[in-house]
Design a protein around this ligand. Structure first.
Ligand SMILES: C[S@@+](CC[C@H](N)C(=O)[O-])C[C@H]1O[C@@H](n2cnc3c(N)ncnc32)[C@H](O)[C@@H]1O
Length: 272
């Protein structure tokens, strides 16, 4: 398995914890079994209030983005990891999901889901490929229809790529996207990378040690999300209204504050 794919186990462990809360932001019944021992060990290794909140809040934010855009009949999860929205969300009849991630992770996830008796609520296809390769061809081979409206989800992805890779991928998604398509996901700020926060600095070191360093970060998501024909429609700072469902531990961080870590949740629309 690619080192970066271990981060999917970590995210699943955080979702498992959230699912146990009385006022859970979502309930992911498969998350604990998918995370397994390794996922919970990584949760403990990287644990701090900020990252825990970030994973839970972004899961809920993207659940809501999906719910706010019910007309898309094709939904592509780029770097799907151990996401289980195919099981836990309701989908309109005729919707098809495509889950793209590294081949080893995809194969392992399918085996685990079968063992766990997962019941998908929607037609779903997996695509095991490195997103630096010709994934559009593989997506099409899996049944995705180019030109038909598509909701693109990139959750926990862009910062694992170097800046040129993140820009190339964004442009490549734009090339595949039809006018009006939506791309939604999250980004890490440059301020996180240069932060004075002990907890944030520690995690950056640990992630690098584990072979999954955060590489691409920006303080200007609107600039990044304007390239390749995208129009940034909604850019929110985690903890601000619209990107705070009750887990963010502190006050909302002002956009202009320097040296304080923060993440952005967004959706962008493909221009006509
Ligand atoms: C933090 S996890 C997020 C997974 C999932 N979206 C979630 O939120 O739980 C990062 C995911 O990105 C995938 N990933 C990173 N770089 C990739 C690449 N170049 N090609 C395919 N998948 C990649 C990893 O395998 C991993 O599943």
């Amino acid at each position: 398995m690619e080192a970066v794919s271990d981060t999917a186990l970590w995210a699943a462990a955080v979702r498992a914890d959230e699912s146990q809360l009385e006022d859970a932001l979502f309930v992911d019944d498969l998350a604990a079994d998918l995370a397994g021992e390794k996922g919970f060990a990584l949760r403990d290794r990287y644990d701090n209030a900020g990252v825990r909140a970030c994973i839970a809040e972004r899961t809920r934010y993207l659940d809501e983005v999906i719910a706010r855009h019910p007309s898309f009949r094709q939904v592509v999860f780029l770097a799907a990891g151990l996401d289980t929205r195919s099981v836990r969300l309701e989908w309109a009849p005729g919707t098809t999901l495509y889950e793209v991630d590294h081949a080893d992770l995809v194969a392992w996830k399918e085996q685990r889901l079968t063992e766990l008796g997962a019941q998908h609520a929607v037609e779903r296809h997996t695509v095991g490929i490195d997103l630096r390769e010709d994934w559009p061809k593989a997506l099409e081979a899996a049944g995705w229809v180019p030109g038909a409206p598509t909701l693109w989800i990139a959750e926990g992805l862009f910062y694992y790529l170097p800046e040129d890779g993140a820009r190339e991928l964004l442009a490549r998604i734009a090339e595949q996207a039809a006018p009006g398509d939506i791309l939604s996901g999250d980004l890490v700020s440059r301020q996180t990378m240069v932060s004075e926060s002990e907890a944030a600095r520690r995690n950056l070191v640990l992630l690098e040690e584990d072979g999954s360093p955060w590489l691409f970060a920006t303080d200007d998501p609107e600039e990044y999300l304007s390239t390749g024909g995208w129009e940034p429609t909604e850019v929110l700072i985690l903890g601000h209204p619209g990107a705070n469902f009750g887990r963010w531990p502190g006050p909302a961080i002002p956009r202009e504050a320097m040296g304080v870590p923060r993440n952005f949740f967004f959706f962008a629309t493909k221009r006509g």
